[in-house]
Write a protein that binds this ligand. Sequence first.
Ligand code: GLU
Length: 276
Amino acid sequence: MTTKKKNNFYAGRLAPSPTGLLHLGHAATFWVAYRRALEHDGMLLLRNEDLDPQRSKFEFVEAMVEDLAWLGIAWKPPMVSQSERGALYRVAFEQLLETGFVYPCNCSRKDLARMMHAPHEDVDDEPVYDGRCRPVGDALARSLVPGMNYRFRVPDGEAVRFVDGNVGPQAFTGGVDFGDFLVWRKDGFPSYQLACVVDDAAMGITEVVRGADLLKSTARQILLQRALGLPGVSYFHTPLMVDEHGIRLAKRHDALAIRTLRQRGLSREDVLAMLG
Ligand code: GLU
């Protein structure tokens, strides 16, 4: 028996949300994630980000597993599903609550929409929250008030820096590039940011490969890691794919689904050649 010696252990992940079919943009990112895990002689895990009960559908989970297999993107079972990990997120949220990093917010969707400065240029990201529910001084609630959303209080004026493996040094300033962000929803679910950080740590992920639309989310997640005392990870953000009109593929749900391309008779090689 031969044992491979691994000096720097590599664990990556694919983290699709089963709210639609995988399209070329996902395939491009997942292909890079797969190649990087291979190059590092590491492993690639699959996380089903099915937290949104309204939008997640099991048929899309089945479709993504099948499309990944068709593309030849292998991952190490078992698949992890976020909908089954509520208790883990709750523990992390309570830690944030007890250590004074979060506060309740009762702004409605309407309030938030009104707060947006129109026209909003940064379409890939949420608007900077104006902090109207932010407590003054240190008067943070340290126990859960049911029926409230909770936000993370970002350090105003502080730059969160990281060196991305693909796009190089990055810096995003709290209160300027991004504001106090949602960590816990009043319906009892964690936000994407919290679930992602908790899972990346629990799954032992060493590098996150994802689209460049999530660069500011990376800054938010670094703050959450620090607040929770979790280890940092490396990042590799992939360029976003746009169509011939410059429209992001994620915003088109039509002809560019992997499934549609397959049905049109394209081979795996044809599809991989389209990934750029
Ligand atoms: N489920 C998220 C998405 O599809 C994953 C983002 C991430 O990789 O952290 O955009």
